[in-house]
Design a binder for this molecule. Structure first.
Ligand SMILES: Cc1ncc(COP(=O)(O)O)c(C=O)c1O
Length: 965
C-alpha cells in the first residue's frame, strides 16, 4: 500500500461540488463531454485568461488557522482610550456564540421573503424601537453602513427636502466638534452634489446666512463636551434650517435625548452595544428622524403588518427597494447594510434592558469623572465643563512624554492633529477601577505626583446639569425587560432563529447574490480578539497583522481582477460603485475634463448603479438591451457618439445581470474608451469570472467586488458586506484617503468614502481565508463548478420554465432567469406565488423580478452538491405540475396550493380544513420534505396593509388589538 506522507485535506473539495461521478452525470445531462468544453461554450475565448491565477499554494483548513493565528498575533492589543466613535465593548457571550458565531444568523439573506424571516425582522424591529426611544425620535431605520455615511445620508435627505424659502440654499454647516472622519465623508458626499460644507464652531454660527439649509452637531462632542443644543435647534427651525445630531447611544441612556432638544435627524453608530471594534467594522449605524420624513429615510425600515390569516407579521416597509423602483431618482444607493450587527446591538439591548444599560453608562461616567478629578489633582487641566465618557486633557509640553509612557503601559490615548498640547481619553464598558489606576499612573509618572484615588472616589456623583440629564423612560416594552437571565435570552434568540430559513437549512439560489458556502474556518478568526479588539485609529506599530492582511489581500485581488491596486475602504457593493465613480470623476478633473459627467447605464443594470451615479454628480443616460438580453451595441454606439464630449463612463455588469457573457464586451469597452470615457464594471457577478477571465481583461478600468458574494463573507441577513474597488493604473492616484489615518489611498486621493480606513476590516479575514485555502486552481474550479451547476439546473428545468437568455451556444453563465410570466395567463399564477410555494418545500426563493419583472433568477453557486440541486429542481418541477393542475382545470384557480402558500402549522392544524386540496399536499408535497420540514412562521404577508398603516416599532400588544379593531 502506497502511503502519501504529504497528504493534506484540500479545502477546495469541501467548498466546491466536487464529486466526480455526480459531475459526470451532470455533464451528460447538459450534453458536454467535459467541464472544459462547457466553459469553452460559455466564456468567449477572446477574454479567457492565458494562465492560472498566480496565488500562493492553497492551505488546508488546519494549516491556515495555525498560520493565520501568527499573522493575527502581530496585532498588539492595547487598552484603547481613543474614542472618536469606537469603543471597546463586552459582547455578551450568549450573543457571541448564538448570533455572531451562529451560521443560522449569519448566513441568512436580506429578509425580502418575510414569511421565513420573522426572527431577524423581529430583532430589527427591536433595534428600531431601541434607537427611536434612546434618541427620542419618531421613526428609525434598521441600519446604515457607518456613522460617517449615515451623517452624509442625513445631509442629502435634508438637502432634498429643503423648504421653499431655502430652495436655493446650498450650505450645510458642520460643527468642528464632529468626529474628523465624519467631516471627511461629508465633504466627499457634498462635493459632487454642489453642497458647500461650512465647518465651524456651532456657538458662533450665523444662522441668518440664507445659504444654510442644514447643520450637524455631535452629542457628546468628539472631544467630550456635552453641549445643550436646544436653543440652537429652535433658532435654526425659526429660519427653516434643519438639524442633524450625531449621537452616542450609551450616553443617551443618561443624557437628554436629541429628540427632546428638537433635532430633525439623529444618526450614530451602535457599535458599543456589544459589537467588537474590529479595526473599524462592521458595525451598524442608525438613522432616526421625525415622522414627517418617513418616506424619505435611506435604507431599510422594518414595519408591522398582517398575514393572510390576520396575524401580526413583519416585513420590510416602504422604500425598501427604492433604487430598483426609482433608479436615478432614488434618494440613496444603500442596498446591503449592517443587519447582523444591528441584530447584535438590539440583542445587547434586550439582554441588558434599560436598567442594565443605565448601570453600565453610570459606571463609565463615574470612572470618567474619577479620571478627570485624579488628573486635575495632579495639576492637569481637563478642558471639558460637562462630559460623559471623554476628556480633553491639557498636557502642555508633556504630551510626548505621556504618549511614550502610555505606549509602554499598553495604553492608547487620542492625540490631536491640531494640538500638541492636548490629548483625549475615552472610557468604555470594558473599563473598571484598575483601568483608571493605570491611566492615572501614566500621568503620575510624568508629573512626579500621586493622586489619592480612594479619596476621590468618595466624591464621585452625577454632575451633569439638569437640562442635560435624561428624565424620560426608554425601552419600556416587555421585550427589553423579559430576557435578562441567560436561559431566557438563549431561548429568545433560539425562538427567533427557528423562524428564519438560512443556509443551514437548504440552498439559497438567489441570482446576483451568490449565496455560497461561508466555511466555518473562514469565520473562526472573525471573533479572535487580535482582530476584534483593535481600534481603527490605533498606532500603525500595533496593527502589523492587519497591515499584512491588507497588503496580501490587495495583491491577491489585483491578481484576480488584473488591476493595479485596490481600495479596501468601501463597505458594500453600492459604496464601491460610489467610490469607483468618484475616482473616475477625479481622474477626469485631473485632466481638465470636469465637464465629463454622463454615465451610460444599460436598462438591465441593478438599481444601485444609477443611484450611485447620481450621488457622484453624474447624469444617467439609459441604454437599451436587445431581445437576447445583451447590451444593444447599436444604441450604445449612438449614445456614446451623442454624448462623446461629456462622456464620463459606462457602468456595465459582467457577465450581465441576464446571466450571459456578452461576446461584444471588449468592443463595448473599446468604444467607451474611444469616446474618452472610463468603464466601470459592477463586479456582483465576479463568481462567473474568477480564474477564467477578469475585469481588466474585458477592458474595464475599475470594478467593485462584493466580498459578501464571490469571496465568502456571509450575507448576515442583509449585511455586513464589503465592496472594495480595483482600478487600472491611471486611476490609482485617486483612490480614497482618510482624514485620520495616514498612508491610505492614492497620491491625489479623493476624500474618504467610509468612516474607517479599511471599511469593515475585521471581515476581510473571511475573504483572506477563502483565497488562501482555495489557491488559484481551486478558485478557477469554483468558477467552473458554479457555471456547471447553473447549466445543470437549466438543463433540468428548461422544458418546464422557459430560460430567458443564453449565450450564443445555448449556455448560461453562473445564473439563469426562469420566465414565469406565461403562468399568469395560463393559470393566474405569479412568480411571487412560486416564490412563496417554494417555502413549503423548504427553499428560499431565487431572486424575484430582478432584472426582469415576473421572473425568477437562479444562482446555485459552486458549493451545492448534485443532491441539493436535485432537491431544488424536484421542488420546481413539482410546482410546475401544481401549475399544470390549475391550467388543466384540476385545481381551483383562486384557491390552490400556490395562492395559499406558504402554509403554516397553525393553518394546516385547524379543525375545519376546507381547502380543495389535502393538508398533506399543502405541507409535505415531496417525500424529502417530510424528513426535514421547515415551517414558515406566518402565512402570506400583506405588505400593502403595512405600508398603509405604518408601524415601525414594538408597540404594546394591546395596541395591536386597538389598531385592528
Ligand atoms: C448587480 C448588483 N450590483 C450592485 C449590487 C449592490 O451591492 P450591495 O448590496 O453590496 O450594495 C447588487 C446587490 O445585490 C447587485 O446584485
Amino acid at each position: 500500500m502506497k502511503i502519501d506522507l504529504r497528504y493534506q485535506e484540500k479545502f477546495e473539495t469541501r467548498h466546491n461540488n466536487s464529486n466526480e461521478a455526480d459531475i459526470k452525470e451532470m455533464l451528460d445531462l447538459i450534453g458536454a463531454d467535459s467541464i472544459e468544453t462547457l466553459i469553452a461554450q460559455t466564456v468567449p475565448s477572446a477574454i479567457r485568461l492565458p494562465q492560472e491565477l498566480r496565488l500562493p499554494a492553497p492551505k488546508s483548513e488546519y494549516q491556515f488557522l495555525k498560520d493565520f493565528k501568527k499573522l493575527a498575533q502581530q496585532n498588539v492589543i492595547h487598552k484603547s482610550h481613543i474614542g472618536m466613535g469606537y469603543y471597546d465593548t463586552i459582547v455578551p457571550p450568549v450573543i457571541l456564540r448564538n448570533v455572531l458565531e451562529n451560521p443560522a444568523w449569519y448566513t441568512a439573506y436580506t429578509p425580502y421573503q418575510a414569511e421565513i424571516a420573522q426572527g431577524r425582522l423581529e430583532m430589527l424591529l427591536n433595534y428600531q424601537t431601541m434607537v427611536i426611544e434612546l434618541t427620542g425620535m419618531e421613526i428609525a431605520n434598521a441600519s446604515l453602513l457607518d456613522e460617517g455615511t449615515a451623517a452624509a445620508e442625513a445631509m442629502t435627505m435634508l438637502y432634498n427636502l429643503r423648504k421653499a424659502s431655502k430652495k436655493n440654499a446650498e450650505t450645510f454647516f458642520v460643527s468642528e466638534f464632529c468626529h474628523p472622519q465624519t467631516i471627511d465623508i461629508l465633504i466627499t458626499r457634498a462635493t459632487p452634489l454642489g453642497i458647500n460644507i461650512l465647518v465651524g464652531d456651532h456657538r458662533k454660527i450665523d444662522l441668518t446666512n440664507e445659504d444654510i439649509f442644514g447643520a450637524i452637531l455631535q452629542y457628546p462632542a468628539s472631544e467630550g463636551e456635552v453641549f445643550d443644543y436646544t436653543e440652537l435647534i429652535a433658532a435654526a427651525h425659526e429660519l427653516n434650517v434643519n438639524v442633524v445630531v450625531a449621537a452616542d447611544l450609551m450616553a443617551l441612556s443618561l443624557l437628554t435625548p436629541p429628540g427632546e432638544m428638537g433635532a430633525d435627524v439623529v444618526i450614530g453608530c451602535s457599535q458599543r452595544f456589544g459589537v467588537p471594534m474590529g479595526f473599524g467594522g462592521p458595525h451598524a449605524a442608525f438613522f432616526a428622524t421625525k415622522d414627517e420624513f418617513k418616506r424619505h429615510i435611506p435604507g431599510r425600515i422594518i414595519g408591522v403588518s398582517v398575514d393572510s390569516e390576520g396575524n401580526r407579521a413583519l416585513r420590510m416597509a416602504l422604500q425598501t427597494r427604492e433604487q430598483h423602483i426609482r433608479r436615478e431618482k432614488a434618494t440613496s444607493n444603500i442596498c446591503t447594510a449592517q443587519v447582523l450587527l444591528s441584530v447584535m446591538a438590539a440583542a445587547y439591548g434586550v439582554y441588558h434592558g434599560p436598567e442594565g444599560i443605565k448601570a453600565i453608562a453610570k459606571r463609565i461616567y463615574g470612572l470618567t469623572q474619577l479620571t478627570a478629578k485624579a488628573l486635575e489633582s495632579l495639576g492637569f487641566t481637563v478642558e471639558n465643563s460637562q462630559y460623559f465618557d471623554t476628556l480633553k486633557v491639557n498636557t502642555g509640553n508633556h504630551t510626548e512624554a505621556i504618549r511614550a509612557e502610555a505606549i509602554a503601559s499598553k495604553i492608547n490615548f487620542r492625540y490631536f492633529k491640531d494640538s500638541a498640547l492636548h490629548l483625549g481619553i475615552s472610557l468604555d464598558e470594558t473599563c473598571f477601577f484598575e483601568d483608571v489606576v493605570n491611566i492615572v499612573s501614566v500621568f503620575e509618572k510624568i508629573s512626579g505626583k500621586s493622586a489619592d484615588l480612594a479619596k476621590i472616589e468618595t466624591t464621585i456623583d452625577w454632575a451633569i446639569s439638569e437640562n442635560l440629564t435624561r428624565k424620560s423612560d426608554f425601552m419600556t416594552h416587555q421585550v427589553f425587560n423579559n430576557y435578562h437571565s441567560e436561559h431566557e435570552m438563549l431561548r429568545y434568540l433560539k425562538s427567533l432563529e427557528n423562524k428564519d430559513l438560512s443556509m443551514v437549512h437548504s440552498m439559497i439560489s438567489l441570482g446576483s447574490c451568490t449565496m455560497k458556502l461561508n466555511a466555518t474556518t473562514e469565520m473562526i478568526p472573525v471573533t479572535w480578539s487580535e482582530f476584534g479588539s483593535i481600534h481603527p485609529f490605533a498606532p500603525a506599530g500595533q496593527t502589523l497583522g492587519y497591515k499584512e492582511l491588507v497588503t496580501n489581500l490587495n495583491d491577491w485581488l489585483c491578481e484576480i481582477t488584473g488591476f493595479a491596486k485596490m481600495s479596501l475602504q468601501p463597505n458594500s457593493g453600492a459604496q464601491g460603485e460610489y467610490a469607483g465613480l468618484m475616482v473616475i470623476r477625479a481622474y477626469h478633473e485631473s485632466r481638465g475634463d470636469s465637464h465629463r459627467n454622463i454615465a451610460l447605464i444599460p436598462s438591465s443594470a441593478h438599481g444601485t448603479n444609477p443611484a450611485s451615479a447620481v450621488m457622484a454628480g453624474m447624469k444617467v443616460v439609459v441604454t437599451k438591451c436587445d431581445d437576447n438580453g445583451n447590451i444593444d451595441v447599436a444604441d450604445l454606439k449612438a449614445k456614446a457618439e451623442q454624448y462623446s464630449e461629456n462622456l464620463a463612463c459606462l457602468m456595465v455588469t459582467y457577465p450581465s445581470t441576464h446571466g450571459v457573457f456578452e461576446e461584444s464586451i471588449k468592443e463595448i469597452c473599446a468604444l467607451i474608451h474611444e469616446h474618452g470615457g472610463q468603464v466601470y464594471m459592477d463586479g456582483a457577478n465576479m463568481n462567473a469570472q474568477v480564474g477564467l477571465t477578469s475585469p481588466a481583461t474585458i477592458g474595464a478600468d475599475v470594478c467593485h467586488l462584493n466580498l459578501h458574494k464571490t469571496f465568502c463573507i456571509p450575507h448576515g441577513g442583509g449585511g455586513p458586506g464589503m465592496g472594495p474597488i480595483g482600478v487600472a493604473p491611471q486611476l490609482v492616484p485617486f483612490l480614497p484617503g482618510h482624514a485620520v489615518v495616514e498612508g491610505v489611498g492614492g497620491e491625489f486621493a479623493i476624500n474618504a468614502v467610509s468612516a474607517a480606513p479599511y471599511g469593515s476590516a475585521s471581515i476581510l479575514t473571511i475573504s483572506y481565508a477563502y483565497i488562501a485555502m482555495m489557491g488559484g486552481e481551486g478558485l478557477r474550479k469554483a468558477t467552473q463548478t458554479a457555471i456547471l451547476n447553473a447549466n445543470y439546473i437549466k438543463a433540468r428545468l428548461e422544458n418546464d420554465y422557459p430560460v430567458l437568455y443564453t449565450g450564443s451556444q445555448g449556455r448560461c453563465a453562473h445564473e439563469m432567469i426562469l420566465d414565469c410570466r406565461p403562468f399568469k395567463l395560463s393559470a393566474g399564477v405569479e412568480a411571487e406565488d412560486i416564490a412563496k410555494r417554494l417555502m413549503d418545500y423548504g427553499f428560499h426563493a431565487p431572486t424575484l423580478s430582478f432584472p426582469v419583472a415576473g421572473t425568477l433568477m437562479v444562482e446555485p453557486t459552486e458549493s451545492e452538491s448534485k443532491a441539493e440541486l436535485d432537491r431544488f429542481c424536484d421542488a420546481m418541477l413539482a410546482i410546475r405540475q401544481e401549475i399544470r393542475e390549475i391550467e388543466e382545470g384540476n385545481a381551483d384557480k383562486a384557491s390552490n396550493v400556490l395562492k395559499h402558500a406558504p402554509h403554516t402549522q397553525a393553518v394546516v392544524l385547524t379543525e375545519n380544513w376546507n381547502r380543495p386540496y389535502s393538508r398533506e399536499k399543502a405541507v409535505f408535497p415531496l417525500a424529502y420534505v417530510k424528513a426535514n420540514k421547515f415551517w414558515p412562521a406566518v402565512s402570506r404577508v400583506d405588505s400593502a396593509y403595512g405600508d398603509r398603516n405604518l408601524i415601525c416599532a414594538c408597540i404594546p400588544v394591546e395596541e395591536y388589538a386597538h389598531q385592528e379593531a
